[in-house]
Design a protein around this ligand. Structure first.
Ligand code: AKB
Length: 311
C-alpha cells in the first residue's frame, strides 16, 4: 500500500535527513515536511512543505486531511539542555504534541505513528553499563521525565486503543548536514566542526564522560526499519533501547587526531556534565537486534572519516 507521510519537525537534525530518505523511498510528493518555521530554501522548496506548530491540533489535523496522511513521524521536541532552562515549555511541547498525534491515530485519521524517545529516560539509579531494556528509570531531567511519560502514553494508546505507535530511545546522534540544538550529546557534533574549521575545541563535558552514540545514517536506517517492520515483530510499545558505539571526549579526540594531528582540546564542564553523568555509558539494545534485526554499520573510526570528509 502506498503511504503518505507527514514529518513534524522536519527542519531539525534528524528530521532533515529522515525527510530526504523517506522521499527517496516513497516519492517526494508522498512525504510532507513540516516545521514551526521555514528551513533553507533548498529544503522547503524541494517538496511539499507546511508550517505546523506541533502543539496546535487544528493545524496538524488540517494538513492530515489535506494530504490524506497515513503515517506521522513526530520529530519536534525540546532536548535535554534547553529543557532544563525552560521546563514548563519543554513539557508542553514534548507532551502536547504527542497526545495530539496519539489521539488522531486513536480516531483513525492516521494509521501509524513514529515518536522518538531517548536514553534520557534513564537516571542516576539505572545501571550504567549494559543498561537493560527494562530497569529502574528515575530520570533527573525534565526532558527525561517527558520521555518516560511519553513512552507510557504510547504503550497505553497501543494497549487500550490499538494505536500502531513505534519508538526508539536514541543515544546521541552525530551528523554533518544539520546541527543539533540544545542537547547534552551535541559536543560530539561540535567537536568535528571545530576540529576541521578552527583546529581546537573547548568541550563542555569532562574528558572521561562515556556516552552511547550513533552516526546519523544508522539512526535513519533504524527508524525506517522499525516503521516498516511487521507489527507482530514489534514486542515493545514503550520504546526500544538502541545504540551503535560508546566513547568519551578523550577517545573521540584521539580518533580526530589521526586525521588532524594538531587538533587541540580543552575541557570546561558546565551544567550539562550532571545530565551526562546521570545517563548510561553503554546500552544493551539486544531487543531491537532480536525483534526487528537492528544492526549498526558505523563505529567511531568510520564515522570520524565520514564526518571529517563531509564538513
Ligand atoms: C540530548 O542530548 O538531549 C539528546 C538525547 C540523548 O536525547 N541528543
Amino acid at each position: 500500500m502506498s503511504e503518505t507521510i507527514l514529518i513534524i519537525g522536519a527542519c531539525g537534525q534528524i528530521g532533515t535527513e529522515l525527510t530526504q530518505k523517506l522521499r527517496e523511498i516513497h516519492g517526494t510528493n508522498n512525504v510532507i515536511a513540516s516545521d514551526i518555521r521555514e528551513g533553507s530554501d533548498e529544503f522547503t522548496k524541494s517538496g511539499p512543505f507546511e508550517i505546523i506548530d506541533a502543539t496546535n491540533r487544528e493545524q496538524i489535523f488540517s494538513v492530515v486531511q489535506k494530504y490524506k496522511v497515513s503515517q506521522v513521524y513526530l520529530m519536534a521536541a525540546m532536548l535535554s539542555a534547553t529543557a532544563e532552562k525552560i521546563p514548563q515549555k519543554a513539557w508542553d511541547l514534548n507532551m502536547t504534541s504527542l497526545l495530539i498525534i496519539l489521539d488522531l491515530a486513536k480516531e483513525k485519521h492516521i494509521q501509524r505513528v513514529y515518536w522518538p524517545s531517548s536514553m534520557a529516560v534513564f537516571g542516576n539509579t539505572s545501571p550504567k553499563v549494559d543498561t537493560p531494556q527494562k530497569t529502574i528509570m528515575e530520570p533527573s531531567t525534565v526532558y527525561g521525565i517527558s520521555k518516560v511519560a511519553g513512552e507510557h502514553w504510547c504503550n497505553y494508546y497501543h494497549e487500550k486503543f490499538g494505536v500502531d505507535v513505534r519508538s526508539i530511545r536514541y543515544p546521541g546522534i552525530i551528523s554533518w548536514k544539520t546541527k543539533p540544538g540544545g542537547g547534552t550529546t551535541d559536543y560530539a557534533v561540535d567537536i568535528y566542526f571545530k576540529a576541521k574549521q578552527e583546529g581546537s575545541y573547548e568541550c563542555f563535558l569532562d574528558k572521561n564522560t562515556r556516552l552511547p552514540m550513533m552516526y546519523m545514517n544508522d539512526a535513519i536506517n533504524a527508524t525506517i526499519q522499525l516503521m516498516e517492520a511487521e507489527s507482530s515483530s514489534i514486542k515493545i510499545r514503550t520504546s526500544y533501547n538502541l545504540t551503535a558505539m560508546s566513547f568519551t571526549p578523550e577517545e573521540i579526540t584521539s580518533e580526530i587526531k589521526k586525521h588532524i594531528p594538531d587538533f587541540n582540546i580543552s575541557y570546561k564542564p558546565d551544567f550539562r556534565q550532571d545530565i551526562a553523568n546521570s545517563w548510561p555509558q553503554i546500552i544493551d539494545d539486544s531487543h531491537a537486534r532480536n525483534d526487528w534485526n537492528w544492526q549498526h554499520e558505523y563505529n567511531l573510526e568510520l564515522m570520524t572519516k565520514e564526518m571529517l570528509k563531509n564538513i
